[in-house]
Design a protein. Structure first.
Length: 240
């Protein structure tokens, strides 16, 4: 069986990556992540890295390193904390939950528009972590009226444009991406690989842990339900 070196590195480092970026355990559990990585495989990952010119440097680095199972967990944790863009991960993932909501609202006759939105969101999500992303991120930030250093907010602005049917802004974003050949090729490859996936990873494993905000929300829901029920009973007594 062929060894998938890059895939093993991704799976081995995933727990440290989630911990270092501040993502809660219930977001994309490890087994779901591993399913996707195993199905995609090294060859497809390398292929998707070519448009962004990541492959030569990544292969060179991995070729110098020991097998991932021989690297201590502490070393992975240290590497994550020293990775500069790590602070961008959590706000981007949080913004992507809003994207999921708007994508599910598209009707069957709007699939072309849905694909365009998905492509734009993918570029907004990945560009902040790529050396090739600085230029396009600055242009997109100008279009969306935000700061390229706040990529989570950029996605939020794009989601707002979709919800408000701001076609002019959506077209400018789309045209900007089409004007960057490397990102146009990457997004096409990404969409192609994503559509071929057979596994259906669970993005959320379990209900988020109990917090003061959740307790307050539940209490308000129970209170509202009780008041509505009391109101109905009162009305029934009055008309009876």
């Amino acid at each position: 069986m062929k060894t998938e070196t890059l895939s093993e590195w991704l799976k081995r480092s995933y727990a440290s990556f989630k911990q270092g970026s501040g993502l809660p355990e219930w977001v994309l559990p490890a087994h779901s992540f591993s399913e996707v990585v195993d199905e995609v495989g090294d060859e497809a990952i390398w292929e998707m890295s070519r448009p962004l010119k990541l492959m030569p440097s990544l292969k060179k680095q991995i070729g110098r390193m020991p097998p991932p199972d021989m690297v201590a967990l502490e070393d992975f944790q240290k590497a994550v904390t020293t990775w500069t863009p790590i602070s961008r991960v959590k706000p981007i993932i949080q913004a992507c939950f809003d994207v999921r909501v708007i994508l599910t609202s598209f009707k069957e006759n709007e699939l072309k528009s849905k694909a365009d939105v998905l492509r734009s969101v993918c570029v907004l999500t990945v560009a902040p972590f790529s050396p090739e992303g600085e230029t396009i991120l600055a242009e997109l930030a100008s279009i969306l009226g935000s700061d390229k250093k706040r990529p989570g907010e950029l996605i939020g602005r794009y989601v707002s444009a979709v919800l408000q049917s701001d076609l002019a802004t959506l077209k400018r974003v789309s045209d900007c991406i089409k004007g960057h050949s490397e990102w146009r090729r990457w997004s096409a490859l990404f969409a192609k690989k994503a559509l071929k996936l057979e596994c259906e990873p669970k993005l959320i494993a379990v209900t988020p842990p109990l917090s003061a905000d959740i307790v307050w929300l539940l209490a308000e829901m129970i209170k509202e339900g009780w008041e509505n029920e009391s109101g109905r009973n009162h009305a029934d007594c009055s008309t009876g």
